[in-house]
Design a protein around this ligand. Structure first.
Ligand code: ATP
Length: 512
């Protein structure tokens, strides 16, 4: 499917099969806010578990936390969010549409990357088996020209943002002759900063109410609890605190479905380390997190690192793991070396010591921090959009199949009696009852079996078990595989064992 077509299909499939709905749809929706339906909530939970098990359960030195969304307002002064959590915005005077100035420039560079991909495809066709992609990318003059241009643009953008030189960001947009996608005009306003935090109030009366913020990231809940966890858990450095939870950002532009939402869920881990060791831990967590992504089997070519040109006020090194979404490579996870910025700043603002006594070094210090931060909704979109495929079959028909990794599929197995008589439903129901203690299972007896298979394909169910007349005689069933559509005759016990293994966390995370 072409990319735009695929993205449209992702949206309609997500709605039609109960994965994602627009929030408050009966009131025409709330922009960039979404609800997860009966299938989506299960996929989301499984993805969260996949992360949690890899980060917390399998690591002796990483523990969990569930901090509140509302925090003392000084937290956000200390973290720098009140002063510096801004995005540069620009308006088009003709369409009256608002954009993120940095995203307009990045999209321009994205188009250069698409041109490179096209050159690669053309050359691959021309040279056939003899094509060496690495060499082509390193030597083709046209490719090198695009790459050089893109790098120079991003470098300049990074520099201007770092120096708060918003006039230069505007000049860059003008020099690149970027037009508004809606009006097609270059009639832009100046670039301005816009704070992304949502404010709210705590307290009964207007006069005594305290101004609060809905947290824009989960990380600060971890920092302010650093000593609580370290002391009560008797944790020794290096150790990590992991947390999943909602975060809120008043995003300027939010047009890419669940990629950029105003209410979303983060899965973050802060790893506390001795100062001076941040380089090695940065390399360690980059590699570990990339491997984790690869373990989901969405194709290693669909991931890449992107080093930050502009470092946030708290970081001494930062990169993103980008995924190839239907609209191009975009950030899925951030890995940041945050130094001792946050803990030191909370020390200063709270007047409380947030230090660690290192028995080996025999000294007190404020630990350094390495952070891994991934958006659960973006992970959902990555997995879902990659999994959704339209497949032409040998008999000339086609099927829609959601090739979700079995470990995160909402339903692991569907049990189907071949017909609704001859005692088959009773056997299938008994089997369903047995299976439900170990995995999510669906029972379906409506329609012809072929149509039921198709429905399970569209929901991403990796296995179907069909109970037929032979089952009555010898306790064997047919197991049908979603991805290959192959069928196999097994005893019920064998089928159960096979599916349990295929969907187990160990089978997937064990390869890490
Ligand atoms: P972007 O540059 O795309 O705005 P960011 O660099 O501001 O993202 P971080 O602050 O590093 O993002 O947040 C960590 C992760 O949280 C991101 O990698 C992303 O997966 C997720 N995330 C951030 N903002 C949103 C959002 N508005 N909607 C959904 N997920 C988000």
């Amino acid at each position: 499917m072409a990319n735009q077509e695929l993205f449209k299909k992702v949206l309609s499939h997500a709605k039609e099969y109960g994965f994602v709905f627009q929030s408050s749809e009966i009131y025409d929706g709330l922009s960039a806010v979404y609800d997860y339906g009966q299938q989506g909530v299960a996929l989301k939970k499984n993805l969260r578990d996949y992360w949690w098990k890899a980060m917390v359960q399998l690591n002796e030195n990483i523990v969990g936390l569930d901090a509140a969304i509302l925090m003392h307002p000084t937290t956000w002064k200390a973290s720098g969010h009140v002063d510096a959590f801004n995005d540069p915005l620009i308006d088009n005077k003709d369409s009256k549409k608002r954009y993120r100035a940095d995203v307009l420039v990045e999209d321009y560079v994205g188009k250069l990357e698409t041109k490179i991909e096209k050159e690669v495809k053309k050359a691959a066709k021309r040279f056939g088996d003899a094509f060496d992609k690495e060499q082509f990318l390193a030597t083709n003059p046209r490719v090198l020209g695009y790459k050089e241009k893109g790098d120079a643009i991003l470098k300049r953008l990074g520099k201007s943002l770092e120096n708060e030189d918003l006039a230069d960001v505007k000049s860059l947009i003008e020099e690149l002759e970027i037009v508004c996608p809606v009006s097609g005009s270059k009639n832009w306003t100046e670039v301005k900063q816009f704070n992304l935090m949502f404010g709210t109030k705590l307290g009964a009366s207007a006069e005594s109410a305290t101004e609060l913020y809905l947290r824009p990231e989960t990380a600060q809940g971890i920092f302010v609890n650093f000593l609580n966890v370290q002391k009560t858990g008797r944790m020794k450095l290096p150790f990590g605190i992991a947390q999943t939870g909602k975060a809120f950002r008043n995003e300027i532009v939010a047009r890419q479905f669940i990629f950029r939402m105003r209410e979303f869920e983060q899965m973050e881990m802060q790893f506390f380390i001795p100062p001076g060791t941040q380089k090695e831990w940065y390399a360690h967590w980059k590699e570990t997190r990339l491997k984790w992504h690869h373990s989901l089997g969405l194709g290693e070519d669909n991931y890449r690192f992107h080093d930050h040109e502009k470092l946030a006020h708290y970081a001494d090194a930062a990169c993103d793991i980008e995924f190839k979404f239907p609209f191009g490579f975009k950030e899925l996870e951030g890995i940041h070396s945050r130094t001792d910025f946050d803990l030191s700043s909370h020390e200063e603002f709270s007047g409380k010591k947030l230090q660690y006594f290192d028995p080996e070094r025999q000294e007190n210090y404020v630990p350094y921090v390495l952070e891994t931060s991934i958006g659960l909704d973006r992970l959902f979109l990555a997995v879902f959009s990659h999994a959704l495929q339209e497949e032409s079959l040998e008999d000339g028909s086609s099927r829609t199949v959601l090739r979700l990794p079995a470990v995160v599929a909402p339903t692991k197995v569907a049990v189907l009696p071949l017909v609704k008589k001859d005692g088959l439903p009773a056997i299938a129901k008994t089997l369903t009852e047995e299976l439900k203690w170990d995995m999510t299972v669906a029972y379906d007896e409506k329609d012809a079996v072929g149509r039921r298979y198709r429905r399970q394909d569209a929901l991403g169910t990796p296995f179907c078990i069909t109970v037929d007349h032979q089952t009555v005689e010898d306790q064997t069933v047919t197991i049908r595989y979603r991805d290959t559509m192959a069928q196999e005759r097994l005893t019920m016990t064998e089928a159960k064992a096979k599916i349990s293994k295929a969907v187990s966390f160990q089978n997937w995370l064990g390869q890490l």
